[in-house]
Write a protein that binds this ligand. Structure first.
Ligand code: SF4
Length: 230
């Protein structure tokens, strides 16, 4: 068996410490949609906005059009109006309609459910080929909607990983994602991902992190730095 690396043990220790606060590894959240295409559209809406505005835009879209076929037929102006609460409505509506058109062309219907049984790398490659779909969006759909191994990296996860010291502050999200997928056991991906986001929102906040009460302070590079230990 391969000997765990220092980084491997460090990240595992960090995940175990924050699990004591948020418990998403013990109680895995169910973030899957019956139709993974719903998860994909929701993730497109989540770009550069908060969960509340994303959810409101998604609810409006699903409320006004009971199928993706109806949304596609409604056209750009109608979809743009429906997703307005998520911000960047012209761009997001254009992407959504482009994705719907490609999915319809590739699968003959507005569903990507049939991807679920395919090899993870093939599914990721397909998702990344869709208009406007990047690493984070593809990883979210894989992890949440297809129960496949992926560790999406958003702004909270990037910030926390950089502060603790798992990566340096210039490391791009794609690289952090590759490091986490290499160093974390796949069974910890979902709970660990959600735990780090919660930690980033509530404790390791962008401004004024609550280091004095953080359960990971003992193993955090930023905390050491603040205390002049290096
Ligand atoms: S000690 Fe501070 S910087 Fe380190 S993880 Fe905790 S809140 Fe973030």
């Amino acid at each position: 068996m391969k000997k765990p690396s220092k980084l491997n043990l460090w990240i595992a220790d960090f995940l175990s410490r924050i699990e004591t606060c948020y418990h998403n590894e013990a109680n895995l959240p169910d973030l899957a949609h019956d139709e993974p295409l719903d998860g994909l559209i929701l993730t497109v809406l989540s770009q550069h906005t908060n969960d509340k505005n994303r959810d409101l835009a998604f609810m409006r879209l699903k409320g006004q059009y009971s199928t993706w076929e109806e949304a596609a037929a409604a056209g750009a102006a109608a979809v743009e109006n429906a997703v307005r609460p998520a911000g960047l409505a012209p761009t997001k509506s254009k992407r959504i309609l482009e994705i719907l058109a490609v999915v319809k062309k590739d699968f003959g219907c507005y569903s990507i459910k049939s991807l679920a049984g395919k090899p993870r790398d093939d599914v990721k490659k397909y998702l990344l080929s869709l208009p406007g779909v990047g690493e984070k969006t593809a990883s979210c759909v894989l992890l949440f909607d297809m129960h496949a191994s992926a560790f999406p990296v958003d702004t909270h996860i990037a910030r926390v990983c950089q502060r603790v010291g798992f990566v340096d502050e210039r490391t791009p999200a794609e690289e952090i994602c590759a490091i986490l997928e290499r160093e974390v056991s796949p069974e910890r991906y979902l709970g660990g991902h959600v735990n780090i986001i919660e930690h980033g929102r509530h404790v390791c906040r962008a401004r004024s992190p609550l280091c004095a009460t953080c359960v990971a302070a003992e193993i955090c590079g930023f905390f050491d730095f603040l205390n002049g230990q290096r």
